[in-house]
Ligand binder design. Sequence first.
Ligand code: RB5
Length: 170
Amino acid sequence: MKIALGADHAGFVDKDRIARMLRDSGHEIMDYGTHDATPVDYPQYGYAVGEAVASGQAERGIVVCGSSLGIAMAANKVPGVRCAPVAEPLSAELARRHNDANVLAVSERLTGWEMLERLVQVFLATPFDGGRHAHRVEQLFEFGDAQRSRTLRDIERGTVSGAETPKEML
Ligand code: RB5
């Protein structure tokens, strides 16, 4: 699989370990840096990995920063990206099965290497379940003007309307 990697100065050590591990198991790695401990701004690395995945140059992306949070927020700004910050394997599995996550965000400062290794393996090996999850995932990319008006109307009314899953999709 073609996998894009990116990290800031608080994540590059684990990013490099992930790169080695994935190359050893036959994956093709696109490494957008950073490559040393010089402080850098995590959004730039989240955007680069996000664009590589959204444009189809990479099939999946993995981003690492101190907490996993900032770089995940950045990756999720790129249209087409579904980035999940994850710290335990069940969330990594559900991010794939239910949300079709195409970018994984992990934390170098809060997550030990053995757990991190497992998160990456689960993220890469787990398929998307599709079915009832598919149209929900599609809605994640419908947050344009029409969706905003609908949501603002819901807020005015004080309740969310029309959110039922169609019967044929259950
Ligand atoms: C860098 O100090 C740290 O803020 C960054 O790696 C990340 O944790 C931000 O969300």
